[in-house]
Design a protein around this ligand. Structure first.
Ligand code: GLC
Length: 539
């Protein structure tokens, strides 16, 4: 294996900047807060961080609506602070990945404003998808596509002369117009953005909506628009996963390789790729495309041994041979946290969900490949399920109503210390976290977690340190072991065994002797219910 391919088995920590740590007292986390938190992350043992978007943005989708790709929003700091963060991370051996959003920008982006001011058919409009409406007055959208976050995927503009005019495409919210990647200027501008941040020393990019970018050239009607909108993850085959997108990733990979050739530091591209099958997914991580793509099927699997085994086996089969490794993920800023997903959605979580989430984490950290953990996951934070409607900020809630209010509850600012909100997240007499923190966050504060060796934090820390120390973990293959129903066990390399009991009842442990690490109390010879453990099975 190429020793420079550090990403093959890296563990990356996702920092949702606005909820990590606030250094200014405005209730919103910022880049200086991230810098202050680096020693904490170093202690945890992660290889790198991925920073959610911090670019100038009107924040309609918390920064996934970018108004300027090459600057820092004053809410989060400035370029000088960014440079300090990158150098501090470098000193601690922590890689820094940025979140780049190439499918769409903000309706405040200067190029979109220029497009609005320009005439139909102008080069300014060609950078986006502008089209005439249908019906006698052009009052119907150009096609029947739905936006991911509710409503039609098209909005009508008022032309500079005041008359109702053309429509523009937005696969998310109207504040996020989609770029037209068939227009070379768009690609060239993203090149400038990549180089701007690579020149400032970043180690790579997480690519938002990486199966997006190109739309079917004719923008035809979808045969089944209702089905396209049924899940939050894209299934409209006319709007996603077009063949041309692979050329972009080949080009971006070449840009990264150019930087690597200069200094030997390998830059990483990891894509948010939502496609229907593991086989389709594998096409994005061919040797000359993205290094990695999040494999979301594990995140989507219910707490069930057969379901987990099926997605793990498929991933190993389809992604092995591409040159990449599987990129596992259980939590992120768009999903209900595992503690709640695997248990009953009671405020504050349930003991069962917490036990299962810890077991799932140990399973993930034992799988071959890379893993991403989402801030607060290491604390065992549950989803905040009882935020009142008036504090919700997710555009999905705004556009669809409570049916789909799924994303604020995992974005509540982290608790660091103390017994009451703001739990050290922010300071100052008037400081109020941008989303309210529940009282029970006191139990999860990092200070408390570090002091309690039974905490989730210690489980993650021990898991990460063992991954770094043991050759059997990280990159490589796995070998399934026979078990009873409801239990999964697999061997890694030379004698490391991981087993997970998905049932509620204890089962005999697959390996005699004391586990190296277990997600809960684990007497010798027994694997209790909702528990995972690692053993060295000496011959
Ligand atoms: C991705 C991001 C999500 C964002 C969306 C639109 O799915 O993870 O947070 O809302 O793209 O950019």
């Amino acid at each position: 294996m190429n020793r420079h391919q550090w990403w093959r088995d890296a563990v990356i920590y996702q920092v949702y900047v606005r909820s990590f740590l606030d250094s200014t007292g405005d209730g919103i986390g910022d880049l200086a807060g991230v810098r202050a938190g680096l020693p904490y992350l170093r202690k945890l043992g992660v290889d790198g961080i991925w920073l959610s978007p911090f670019y100038p943005s009107p924040q309609h989708d918390h920064g996934y609506d970018v108004a300027d790709y090459r600057d820092v929003d004053p809410v989060f700091g400035d370029l000088a602070e960014f440079d300090l963060l990158v150098s501090a991370a470098r000193r601690l051996g922590i890689k820094v990945l940025l979140d780049i959003v190439p499918n769409h920008c903000s309706s405040e982006h200067p190029w979109f404003r220029e497009a609005l001011a320009a005439a139909p058919g102008s080069p300014e409009r060609a950078r986006f998808h502008f089209a005439d409406g249908r019906g006698p007055d052009g009052a119907e959208p150009p096609n029947n596509w739905h936006a991911m976050f509710g409503g039609p995927a098209w909005s009508r503009v008022t032309e500079p002369d005041g008359r109702p005019g053309q429509w523009y495409l937005h696969m998310f919210t109207p504040e996020q117009p989609d770029w037209n990647w068939r227009e070379p200027e768009v690609a060239a501008d993203f090149d400038r953005t990549l180089r701007f941040w690579l020149d400032r020393g970043v180690d790579g990019f997480r690519i938002d909506v990486a199966a997006g970018l190109f739309k079917h050239p004719e923008l035809p009607d979808s045969p089944d628009p209702e089905a396209d909108a049924r899940t939050r993850d894209s299934v409209n085959p006319l709007a996603w996963n077009q063949p041309e997108v692979h050329d972009v990733w080949r080009h971006w990979r070449a840009v990264c390789e150019e930087y690597t050739a200069r200094d030997g530091r390998e830059r990483l591209l990891v894509g948010e790729v939502s496609v229907p099958t593991a086989r389709e997914h594998a096409r994005y991580v061919r040797a000359d495309e993205l290094h990695q793509a999040f494999f979301f099927d594990l995140l989507g699997a219910p707490w069930d041994a057969d379901a987990f085994r099926k997605v793990i086996s498929e991933a190993m089969e389809d992604i092995a041979g591409t040159g990449s490794t599987v990129t596992w993920v259980l939590n992120n800023h768009d999903q209900v946290r595992t503690v709640t997903r695997y248990g009953e959605p009671a405020p504050g979580g349930s003991g069962l969900g917490a036990a299962r989430a810890r077991a799932a984490a140990l399973l993930m950290l034992a799988l071959p490949g890379a893993a991403y953990i989402y801030q607060g996951e290491e604390l065992g934070l549950p989803e905040v399920v009882d935020l009142p409607d008036e504090v919700l900020t997710d555009p999905i809630f705004r556009r669809t109503g409570s049916r789909a209010r799924i994303r604020d509850g995992c974005r509540v600012p982290l608790p660091w210390s103390g017994q009451a909100s703001p739990f050290g997240f922010t300071t100052g007499a008037l400081a109020k976290p941008w989303l309210p923190q529940p009282e029970y966050f006191a139990e999860y504060a990092t200070h408390r977690a570090l002091a309690d060796t039974r905490s989730s934090w210690h489980l993650y820390r021990d898991g990460l340190h063992l991954r770094a120390a043991l050759d059997q973990l990280g990159d490589g293959t796995l070998h399934w072991l026979d078990t009873q129903p409801g239990v999964l066990a697999f061997a890694r390399g030379d004698g490391l065994v991981c087993a997970v009991n998905f049932t509620a009842a204890p089962v005999p442990a697959p390996v005699a002797g004391t586990p190296l690490l277990a997600s809960g109390p684990c007497p010798t010879g027994v694997l209790p219910g909702s528990t995972a453990a690692w053993w060295i099975d000496a011959p």
